[in-house]
Ligand binder design. Structure first.
Ligand code: MLT
Length: 200
């Protein structure tokens, strides 16, 4: 997969996953804001929707092509494994940071591949799959950033995602912001405070 890798010094790796229409360059600054000393693995989604990169196909806004979602989730998980061998980083210390479509594929990694992520920061995610056989998520930490006026993700989506992750053992914290689908600086700062408390 098209990607950027930058070496850090603390043994952790931030897996950066952009929103629809983004690229692997979009979230580099955000990743450095969260943890300036981690490795960065920033990936571009392999699907194009009218020229806009995405991580999996959708049938309509908010309606996912489930077959493609499962295929692309495995493809990304395999890619992270290969990258860990090539760049020699610890596969058990990968923390995803995703926004919108990128948050949804990060959620899909958690739902479908055991031990795929050590932790995840999900900015404006949805429930990726209501029928998944979710693996154990013991020792997985997840932070969800949600907007009270998010047209794309109604509040029940964030609440249900939190409940489904918790039901399988994840430690989940959800933070609400009086905004829509956009990613704001206060949200990034809240994610950073959570991350710093976990990985002090
Ligand atoms: C998705 O398709 O993943 C969601 O609708 C969010 C987005 O617009 O990317």
């Amino acid at each position: 997969m098209q990607h950027i890798f930058e070496h850090g010094t603390n043994g952790r790796t931030l897996l950066l996953l952009h929103g629809t229409g983004g690229t692997e360059k979009d979230l580099i600054g955000l990743g450095k804001e969260i943890d300036a000393n981690a490795n960065i693995l920033s990936v571009r989604g392999n699907v194009s929707e009218n020229g806009m990169p995405r991580f999996f196909r959708r049938i309509a806004e908010g309606v996912f092509d489930m077959e493609d979602l499962l295929f692309r989730t495995k493809e990304l998980n395999d890619f992270v494994q290969q990258a860990s061998e090539e760049y020699k980083f610890d596969r058990n210390q990968v923390i995803a940071i995703g926004y919108s479509n990128g948050a949804n594929i990060a959620g899909s990694l958690l739902f479908h591949h055991e031990n795929s992520l050590r932790a995840a920061i999900l900015h404006h995610p949805m429930v990726p799959n209501r029928d998944a056989q979710i693996p154990s998520l013991n020792n997985v930490d997840v932070w969800i950033g949600a907007g009270t006026n998010d047209f794309m993700c109604p509040s029940q989506e964030s609440e249900q995602l939190e409940q489904m992750l918790q039901a399988h053992g994840a430690n989940v914290e959800t933070a609400w912001f009086n905004h829509g689908h956009q990613l704001t600086m206060p949200e990034v700062q809240a994610a950073k405070a959570w991350y710093t408390a976990i990985f002090k």
